[in-house]
Design a protein around this ligand. Sequence first.
Ligand code: MD6
Ligand code: FE
Length: 214
Amino acid sequence: MRGQITLLEPVPVELGPGAWHMPGRALAKAGGLLDAIAEVIRDVPLRQMLTPGGRRICAPMTNCGRLGWISDRRGYRYSAEDPLTGRPWPPMPELVAQLARQLAGEAGYAGFEPDACLVNAYRPGMRMGLHQDRDEADMSQPIVSVSLGLPAVFLWGGLRRGDKARRVTLAHGDALVFGGESRMCFHGIAPVARGRHPKTGELRYNLTLRRAAA
Ligand code: MD6
Ligand code: FE
């Protein structure tokens, strides 16, 4: 029977050099991750941030960890304080940090130590435009992301904005690790389709774990 169980375990898929999609890899931790997210959101509520151009970023966001990613008229950056209160972000739950280290290690990035965890929450219809993650100090460090709740289509582009993007479905419990030659690839999220997930209702959460400081 053991062999049959092994066959049912999805294998990681290399999307590009140094970038891995790990279907279901966070599923065993999903309950704990959702509890951790709920606790963070109680403390530092989700909020829509403004781009430097003055537009609203679609999906509401918040952060945990020593540093949090923020955006406003002054630009995109990391901050040790929640701009709504001036207080530090809540600490990164150990479950979250531990999972990020583990997944990064499996993808070949030993020694990854996240100091920032961005929480994105999408309702059906919400999307994230093509972008690069370029606000971190050390681009040799990968990014680990975990998706929970409603599925979404991840748009996986190239190093130039105009490069054709592949579509990769991210389901509840899926992880992505991307670094190396793919670290600066453009990527985004297509509008989330209508639906209900048994664990989150009409929501998709994404945790993006990064090493923001050098
Ligand atoms: C999202 N994710 O999945 C948005 N960025 O909602 C990202 O923008 C992202 O998943 C860098 C690395 C992994 C990601
Ligand atoms: Fe990103």
